[in-house]
Design a protein around this ligand. Structure first.
Ligand SMILES: [Zn+2]
Length: 126
């Protein structure tokens, strides 16, 4: 399957090896892996996982160094996040990708239609 320049792959070996993995974006390959079986097992939302990984794709495609929402807005949203989730991101991501991971978590809550418009806006104005 193919959406907006991204190839979707289902249930890779990584998914099989790590049951906690819901999905991943393969940097430089324009490919999103969705771990269907793991998502189903953990009762997560497939759409949310897809939107999360799509934010990673946007970062890679646009070679983004700054948050899509802007530094100040991103900080406001992070302050509203669950503190254990914030800690998890801070310890599991390296410094360069902390903002990207926060933003992927925050923007994955957007309805898909808004993400679509955001993506179109970024492609036109970046
Ligand atoms: Zn992520």
């Amino acid at each position: 399957m193919w959406i907006g320049g991204v190839t979707l792959v289902n249930n890779s070996q990584d998914c099989f090896n790590d049951k906690n993995l819901m999905g991943e974006y393969l940097v430089g390959k324009d490919t999103i892996v969705l771990c269907d079986d793991n998502i189903e097992q953990s009762r997560q939302s497939m759409g949310r996982v897809l939107r999360h990984e799509y934010i990673h794709y946007i970062y890679d495609r646009d070679q983004r160094q700054t948050p899509i929402l802007g530094e100040n807005n991103l900080n406001k949203f992070v302050r509203e996040m669950d503190s254990s989730e914030v800690m998890f991101v801070l310890i599991s991501e390296d410094e360069d990708s902390v903002n990207e991971e926060f933003e992927a978590r925050i923007l994955s809550d957007l309805p898909s239609v808004l993400l679509f418009f955001l993506d179109a806006f970024l492609m036109i104005f970046h």
